[in-house]
Ligand binder design. Structure first.
Ligand code: 5GP
Length: 259
């Protein structure tokens, strides 16, 4: 398929060498995993949708001054990004109790939290991404205090912006996961937003019905994954009204033309 040098393959994405130093190409796969890859599957068309949704959100965040790794979308499944040194943390932002928090704390799913909660996990599949405190982060040197300040600050800005973006289209932003990276300018490192923002790493509930429009449909065997992701894309204005399968049709059309 591609003769570019592969740098890294993750569960949902592949990173290839970019056209210029300091750039990478991020390829969105249809593979889906859950529960630390104990559950595996394919959601046909997911990569196309996540590429488009993530492009949209990263572009809007860039417009309000949040620094991100996103440069431009290249095609249906790929985007050009800045190469970063990934901070080995998953930054989880929660507005409403669900998933891991509900389980750990015995709080009913759907309970509005009195304030936004930020949690950190250490990115390590073999350890199952254990939750860590800022003390652990400082102790093991994963990020310094100034970087943690920037990360928390950006996480709150992203949350405020995305909560409004989704509320305007009838979707409650329950929680989401962010990843950050460092870019170096000589001896000086700057933290920027990396990875992706899509229904793969957000909980998105329809405000009227509480229907889940995110990866929990896969995690919990609810079915209708691609329809849910398409609904998010449609409400964001990324799919023409009334043409639910357009993204996928477009991709197969391009493939037939050998592009
Ligand atoms: P929880 O800790 O409740 O399982 O997840 C909280 C939020 O972070 C959810 O929106 C979930 O999608 C996201 N999240 C947490 N860990 C991961 C992960 O390893 N991969 C992805 N894609 N999302 C995650």
């Amino acid at each position: 398929m591609s003769r570019r040098r592969q740098i890294y393959e993750g569960k949902a994405k592949i990173l290839y060498e970019g056209p210029e130093p300091g750039t990478l190409i991020q390829y969105f796969k249809d593979d889906a995993t859950a529960f630390n890859a104990q559950k595996k599957g394919t959601i046909s068309g997911k990569g196309v949708l996540n590429n488009r949704i993530s492009e949209h959100i990263f572009t809007l965040l860039g417009n309000i001054g949040v620094p991100t790794h996103f440069i431009k979308r290249l095609n249906m499944r790929e985007q050009l990004i800045r190469q970063v040194e990934i901070v080995p943390l998953e930054v989880i932002v929660r507005n409403v109790a669900a998933g891991g928090l509900s389980k750990r704390m015995g709080i009913e799913e759907g309970t509005q939290l009195p304030r936004t909660l930020i949690e950190y996990t250490y990115k390590d599949d073999a350890l199952g991404d254990p939750m860590v405190s800022e003390e652990h982060i400082a102790c093991f040197g994963w990020a310094n205090q100034e970087e943690m300040h920037d990360i928390a600050d950006m996480a709150i800005r992203v949350n405020d912006f995305m909560s409004g973006l989704f509320a305007a289209i009838g979707i409650r932003l329950v929680d989401f996961k962010l990843e950050f990276g460092r870019i170096w300018d000589g001896d000086f490192a700057r933290i920027i937003l990396a990875d992706e923002i899509s229904p793969d790493n957000c909980r998105l509930w329809d405000m009227a019905t509480n229907e889940k429009l995110d990866k929990d449909r896969f995690r919990r065997d609810l079915g209708g994954e691609v329809e849910a992701y398409q609904e998010v894309a449609r409400r964001l204005g990324l799919l023409p009204e009334g043409s639910e399968t357009d993204v996928l049709d477009l991709e197969s059309h391009r493939k037939k033309r050998g592009k």
